[in-house]
Ligand binder design. Structure first.
Ligand code: SF4
Ligand code: SF4
Length: 243
């Protein structure tokens, strides 16, 4: 175990802040090994010092130059960048935004943060469970790259939803009828019909949770994008790629 705590930066760039509150809810699970720097916990968060890991929540508004520039700065100062929650990971519900809303009607184009910077891991979920953050960070620290593969591979795809689950798994005959996708959907957009899921399109918020929870789709992701996940070294100061 590292002698010092792993330095984790949390930045929220847009969205409903539900995932930001998730980071706060996870704090009691992280305190022993991780030091969290978040605007919700301190007066000011520095973007000039270095961090081992950055957790980014919310999707990025491409019309907001200040937020885009902040996001680029995060990439410069963090060894590992994690898009936490569906908006940061795949755009999620913000992909339906078309602008015209107060207080900033000029904000029209929202994208997952991977549209602006390279992302090492994505964790879809609206919001994800606190234990997902804890497990991911602990595996980064212990160097167990195998458990991280799906989240690293998913970072290369950027967009996936219930439509992709239908196209890639159900309509190709790969579905084994386990029901994990139905249980994971936050909006009940999936229903089992004759032992296979069916999508209710108007309920799908494009959060991507079902896709990474599906044992078949997650294996497809790993095969399509065979990346070596970055993990923290034993001293939590350098980053190495693991098979
Ligand atoms: S079907 Fe449900 S879990 Fe899947 S992307 Fe749509 S809302 Fe998310
Ligand atoms: S999680 Fe995947 S394999 Fe399981 S029912 Fe849903 S689509 Fe089928």
């Amino acid at each position: 175990m590292s002698e010092r705590k792993v330095k984790v930066l949390h930045i929220d760039v847009g969205g409903c802040e539900g995932c930001a509150s998730l980071v706060l809810r996870t704090l009691p699970l992280l305190r022993s090994n991780f030091e969290i720097h978040s605007k919700y916990l301190m007066d000011e968060v520095s973007l000039t010092e270095r961090y081992d890991v950055a957790l980014v929540t919310g999707s990025i508004c491409l019309d907001d130059e200040g937020e885009v520039s902040k996001l680029r700065k995060v990439r410069e100062v963090a060894n590992i960048v994690i898009a936490l929650g569906s908006c940061a990971a795949v755009g999620g519900v913000t992909l339906f935004a078309r602008g015209g809303q107060e207080p900033k009607p000029e904000h029209r184009v929202w994208q997952p943060i991977g549209a602006v910077i390279e992302v090492d891991y994505v964790v879809p979920g609206c919001p994800p469970a606190p234990v997902a953050i804890k497990t991911l960070l602990e595996n980064l620290l212990s160097g167990k790259g195998y458990f991280l593969n799906v989240f690293a591979s998913a970072a290369k795809m950027r967009k996936f939803s219930g439509y992709d689950l239908m196209d890639d798994v159900v309509l190709t005959g790969l579905c084994v009828g386990c029901g994990a996708c139905v249980l994971s959907c936050p909006t009940h957009a999936l229903q089992m019909i004759e032992r296979h899921p069916d999508l209710i399109p108007e309920k799908c918020i494009r959060c991507g949770t079902c896709y990474v929870r599906c044992p078949r789709a997650s294996q497809l992701l790993i095969k399509r994008f065979p990346v070596k996940p970055k993990v923290l070294s034993g001293q939590a100061t350098e980053v190495v790629a693991r098979d």
